[in-house]
Design a protein. Structure first.
Length: 1226
């Protein structure tokens, strides 16, 4: 064997870490430092002194983790030469080094033995659990009940049982993989038949039963089948190293803060034949936590610690160690250094570069207090105003409390920009010197781009990259596949199908264009599909297997509409009976080339059906791999020119193939239920890839991973919330190690506490800590994570402050909104913002009220267009906020509207009001049969009965009965209308208007539109037309005229006035034109006033008629003018609220509107606009246009907009209200 590199000379290490002398040197040399950078000097010195005889043989350095390997490689390269290049240095992880050593010493390929790795071992456990009667001794009643299946179990129960078996196998495999590292003695004892080896000294019967009847017999079965395992191989390797002689290559272990007992024993065995240098980050330069240079004291400490662990059981425990923070955070490191000192250590070089210095800021005070084991260094006198002021501006260590994770990121961005900004006496911190960590980084990944922009942009002010991110986050293709995996258990709703259609790879597979997508959305919306592929798929969810509102039913409607598009019945008023006896209402509007998208939708739905059919299937793992591959290619097609998509596709296919590859390692091809196959693939896609790079330049966003502590100038840790950190683990009561702990064991909570300590000691200039400290809904205080609370407590205690936000300079309470005035008024140096958009909202540090969402006061009003459609004007007066937001900002909230795609079929016993079913029944079905005494059809017309408008079952029957009653109420009101006969009802008239409205000789506008629902009448020698408007009842009776607000009134008035002016200018004789409102009132006053005005017009002479028509034209012009002006100037008009304002008591003079509203008047207006007790009112109308337009305005006496609302309401009401007998010019 090649003796490798060795150290010549006197076999000693001097104080400068230089190796000198002749002869070979062996043993364990330990270098400690609280600053990781300080360990680079001895490492470089030893590397220079231990060149191998063969210059081509690389030197070996074992790094603590992959991130440390990258950092170390770059740090050494920068120190060696200006080119930043280092060669012939092999930096590996410990597992790789042990594998190589085992291959060299034992002839084995790898000591880890793949069949005992968790992802392979679980399949051996899974095979054993299929029939536990074949495992001698596996007889625990809990296990039997957990895996038992009753004879009458349904498919869902079998699914759960299959998942249970796999989840249990996976959990047991994890436990055994831990025991291979930390409890090989248990495994060896179990193999020898000692089933109570671990728990025999205790009195816990449950623990003993778990060992005796589950863990021990199952392990014996596994060991018999799989043979030698890792524990055996490591033990054998250490034995061989001890028996052989001769030098071995020098090994350097860098940044290690923990080694399992078996690996530590192997390292010691290696050190007896060669130099092993261990460079360990140690937070404290003094002897701490019971560790000393006395072997007797160390052994007593170990015995005492073991006793404390036994007494604590699964609970935490604390022992005074000279510093309260070390006592609570440092146990894992304490155990490691204790284990190192328990054996022969050739040299222990302690903190050569950690000489005491004077701390300059808060962060250094905390670090120095830990490093020197002197808590008193934390002390600060806040009663001194100079000290207090300095503490307020000290940004070295701040703890930020926020309302949401998004606010955490926004606060972080400002802090990073502040660190990036040069300031007197302080150099800027570059993005490459910043790291952002979080215990649950996945919770922040979707939000990071919204605050910092896309990752990987080197030209950005704050460039960054993501590490520790799940595979599924790296490309949308993975999310698409995860969505496909969920199809068998999903309801297959209409929005979910549209989400699938929106995936580019799906569109590419089925040749769907953007226009096709728009057509499909509209067709699906109009078809009223809700969920389910067909009736059978609905039945899987325990509901009746009806076909209505499923995709099968919707496709039949759409295809029938396409087939009948050229026929005489190309609308949905008439039903169609199919060959199987099914009736349906064809969907109109499907014709031309766009209808090809219907075929693409049908093919995609067939693929979805194929995915759903897999949900109840059991196949072998290899068959699943093949099936998934086929289904993937049938559903997705990537862009061959997109390299990222190609890479993601290959990774996806590899993860699918892993279904077969993992169990093949132990010669298994298990039969799996779809749910297990799905969970396996999802698990792999949700995992962090092993080869993910950590340091790529720019800011690093990463998870808070054990042994991840690397020095950065700025370290930020987000999400330090109570219950989330330290993290908890759950073993389901199976893990003996969690209850029978030993000194040197690792557990999640101790790992996280030590990680927090390492993080604090790794920050060089700034440490930014944040947590969710206030509930965003109710403002209740939330607790920080325990380590953060302990840090706060120590800072408070040594500053002698009461727990008040204003008295704690290190704790920053952030407002809910990033544009809060406190960020800009300079009142608190800790609150600042680098967002110019927010700062522009505040003038000279004073908070201002946000302007209206649409505000164009500075814009000049353009001239009135020469021609405009009547529909535009009517749309404004019916829903002004919606109209203006759509017209001015092209902003639509269709996705939030209730008229979008449905996820549920109509339920209850009523038809949705937005469908206007009552009006359609009245005008299209009942009126043609007028004047029949009663309208009582046996069943609903086909367009209502077969189109999905009615709820299914008895609810639909009741809804149909309600609609019939409502129509009959309208018919009853119609009987009061004089001269409305069967001949009138037989034919509804339509009038196209094209009338020019003039303000004067210079200003005029042409209005174009169509007016419908006109009916001829003749009564008492008076002939003309009725403009008929029906208002369905909101309850058990018709609306009253007083229930109609400006939404209805302005529309009626404008249509009537335009039609009146159009008819008056025609060559036809002047005839009556009367609006008829079908309301409860016998003689509605507003309608009566218009009718009397019209009578006056008919009876007047020519000059009087001209005056009346000119006045009417002026009123129409005023309505057009307000419509036009609203697009340039804010007009506080909301139909219901403005109508309520118009009904408030007034005096004859216009100044009456300037009075302050009384309490009851304010209450009445507020109830219509916004009722805070019920969160209702016009402001809350769905989907939210009014709320967006008006903001938080409530039109109270202290708001200036109230007067504008009152003034406009009065003017509008005057404009559309005609005098009873004559018109008064405006």
């Amino acid at each position: 064997m090649n003796p490798g590199n060795h150290v010549t000379a006197q076999a000693r290490i001097d104080t400068d870490s230089q190796v000198v002398g002749s002869d070979s040197l062996s043993g364990l040399v330990l270098y400690r430092a609280s600053r990781l950078e300080a360990l680079l000097d001895p490492l470089q010195s030893l590397l220079d002194a231990t060149w191998a005889d063969n210059i081509l043989q690389p030197q070996t350095v074992i790094a603590a983790h992959a991130g440390m390997r990258q950092w170390l490689n770059a740090a050494l390269a920068q120190r060696v030469n200006a080119t930043g290049i280092i060669a012939n240095l092999d930096i590996v992880l410990s597992s790789t080094w042990i594998d190589r050593l085992a291959h060299a010493q034992l002839g084995r390929k790898a000591v880890s033995l793949p069949r005992y790795q968790r992802q392979h071992l679980r399949w051996a456990v899974h095979a054993a659990l299929v029939d536990i009667t074949q495992v001698p001794g596996l007889s625990d009643p809990r296990l039997i009940a957990y895996l038992a299946a009753k004879a009458d179990t349904d498919a869902d129960t079998n699914t759960h049982l299959a998942r249970r078996r796999f989840q249990l196998a996976d959990r047991l495999a994890y436990l055994y993989s831990q025991y291979l590292v930390y409890r090989p003695d248990w495994l060896h004892a179990w193999e020898q038949g000692h089933d109570d080896f671990a728990s025999k000294r205790g009195s816990d019967a449950t623990l003993q039963a778990t060992e005796r009847h589950i863990l021990a017999p199952l392990w014996r079965k596994l060991a018999t089948r799989l043979g030698e395992h890792r524990g055996d191989a490591v033990t054998e390797l250490a034995r061989v190293l001890g028996k052989q002689s001769g030098p071995l290559p020098v090994v350097h272990l860098f940044g290690i803060s923990h080694l399992p007992p078996s690996e530590l024993a192997l390292t010691r065995a290696y050190a007896r034949r060669s130099l092993v240098a261990l460079y360990a980050p140690d937070p404290c330069r003094e002897y701490w936590g019971g560790i000393s240079d006395s072997r007797t004291q160390l052994r007593q400490y170990q015995a005492d610690e073991a006793q404390r662990i036994a007494v604590a059981g699964e609970n935490d425990y604390w022992v005074d160690q000279g510093h309260p923070l070390l006592a609570r955070w440092g146990r894992m490191g304490q155990h490691f250094f204790c284990a190192l000192a328990d054996d022969e250590v050739h040299e222990d070089v302690r903190h050569r570069g950690d000489e005491p210095t004077q701390p300059e800021n808060r962060l250094q005070r905390v670090q120095h207090s830990i490093r020197q084991l002197q808590p008193a260094l934390l002390a600060v006198d806040l009663s001194d105003t100079t000290v207090a002021a300095r503490e307020m501006t000290d940004a070295s260590l701040r703890i930020h409390t926020c309302h949401t994770r998004l606010r955490e990121l926004e606060v972080l961005r400002d802090a990073l920009l502040d660190a990036l900004t040069p300031q007197p006496g302080r150099a800027p911190i570059t993005p490459a010197d910043m790291v952002v960590m979080a215990p649950d980084i996945a919770a922040y990944v979707p939000l990071i781009a919204a605050v910092f922009g896309p990752a990987g942009r080197s030209q950005a002010i704050l460039p960054y990259h993501l590490a520790d991110v799940a595979v599924a986050r790296n490309h949308p293709l993975f999310s698409a596949f995860l969505a496909l995996l969920e199809l068998p258990s999903a309801r297959i709703s209409a929005p979910a199908v549209m989400d699938l259609l929106a995936i580019p790879e799906v569109q590419r597979r089925f040749a769907i264009s953007a226009d096709d997508l728009d057509h499909l959305y509209e067709w699906l919306r109009r078809s009223r599909v809700a969920w389910g592929l067909d009736g059978a798929s609905r039945a899987r969810f325990g509901v009746p297997a009806i076909n209505e509102h499923t995709f099968s039913w919707a496709m039949d409607r759409m295809i029938a509409g396409y087939v009948m598009a050229d026929g005489s019945h190309a609308d949905d008023d008439r039903g169609v009976r199919l060959a199987d006896g099914c009736e349906l209402a064809p969907l109109n509007g499907l014709h031309g080339p766009a209808a090809e998208a219907l075929g693409a939708l049908d093919r995609m739905l067939q693929e979805i059906q194929a995915w759903c059919d897999l949900g109840s299937t059991c196949q072998t793992a290899s068959q699943w791999a093949h099936e998934m591959d086929v289904r993937l290619h049938a559903m997705l097609r990537i862009d061959a020119n997109d390299s990222a998509a190609r890479d993601a596709w290959q990774i996806l296919l590899a993860n699918v193939q892993a279904l077969a590859n993992e169990p093949q390692v132990i010669d298994e091809d298990p039969v799996l239920h779809f749910s297990v196959a799905r969970d396996l693939i999802a698990e792999r896609l949700q995992a962090v890839p092993e080869q993910q790079r950590f340091l790529l330049g720019g800011i690093t966003f990463c998870g808070m991973v054990p042994q991840r502590a690397i020095p950065f100038k700025l370290i930020a840790v987000l999400g330090l919330n109570d219950g989330e950190f330290p993290r908890n683990s759950s073993d389901g009561g199976l893990d003996l190690m969690a209850r029978l702990r030993r000194v040197g064991d690792r557990d999640v909570r101790s790992d996280d506490r030590y990680l927090f300590l390492e993080t604090l000691m790794s920050a060089r200039e700034r440490l930014h800590l944040s947590y969710l400290g206030e509930n965003v809904k109710d403002g209740k205080t939330l607790n920080p994570a325990a380590p953060l609370a302990e840090l706060l407590a120590e800072l408070d205690r040594h500053a002698m402050v009461i727990h008040e936000a204003g008295a704690r300079p290190w704790l920053v309470h952030h407002p809910l909104q990033p544009f809060d005035a406190r960020y800009f008024d300079g009142s608190d140096a800790r609150l600042f913002s680098y967002n110019p958009r927010f700062s522009d909202m505040h003038g000279a540090g004073q908070a201002t009220i946000l302007p209206p969402f649409v505000d164009c006061h500075d814009s000049a009003v353009a001239a009135m267009p020469d021609s405009l459609p009547l529909a535009d004007v009517l749309a404004y007066y019916k829903d002004p906020a919606r109209y203006l937001l759509a017209r001015k900002l092209t902003l639509r909230l269709d996705a939030l509207a209730e008229t979008g795609l449905r996820e549920e079929e109509p339920l209850g016993d009523a038809v949705e009001r937005m469908e206007n079913v009552t009006r359609r029944l009245f005008f299209n079905e009942a009126l043609p049969q007028w004047p029949r005494a009663d309208w009582q059809p046996v069943c609903a017309p086909p367009w209502l009965r077969l189109s999905g408008l009615l709820p299914p079952g008895r609810g639909g029957e009741r809804a149909w009965q309600h609609e019939r009653e409502a129509v009959n109420m309208l018919l009853h009101a119609l009987r009061r209308v004089p001269g409305f006969t069967g001949d009138s009802a037989a034919k509804a008239l339509v009038h196209d208007i094209d009338v020019r409205i003039a303000r004067n000789t210079q200003q005029s506008c042409r209005v174009v539109g169509r007016i419908t629902q006109l009916f001829a009448f003749h009564h008492n020698d008076c002939s003309g037309m009725y403009l008929l408007r029906a208002y369905p009842p909101s309850g058990s009776e018709l609306k009253r005229e007083s229930d109609l607000n400006f939404r209805e009134r302005v529309s009626i008035f404008l249509e009537w006035a335009l039609l009146r002016l159009s008819l008056a200018r025609s060559e036809l004789p002047l005839s009556a034109l009367r609006p008829v409102l079908l309301v409860k009132d016998e003689d509605p006053p507003w309608q009566r006033a218009i009718q009397r005005w019209d009578d006056t017009l008919l009876l007047a002479d020519a000059s009087r008629q001209a005056a009346l028509l000119n006045d009417l034209q002026s009123r129409v012009w005023q309505l057009l003018h307000w419509w036009h002006e609203a697009q340039f100037r804010v007009q506080w008009y909301f139909p219901a609220t403005s109508w309520q304002a118009a009904q408030l008591p007034t005096a004859e003079s216009e100044s009456a509107w300037s009075h302050t509203l009384q309490a009851h008047e304010t209450a009445a207006l507020r109830k219509v606009w916004f009722d805070p007790w019920r969160s209702s009112g016009e402001r809350e109308y769905s989907p939210g246009y009014n709320r967006m337009f008006a903001g938080e305005r409530r039109f109270t006496n202290d708001e200036p907009e109230l007067q504008a609302l009152l003034d406009f309401a009065a003017a509008l009401n005057t404009c559309i209200t005609l005098p009873a007998t004559e018109a008064v010019p405006l």
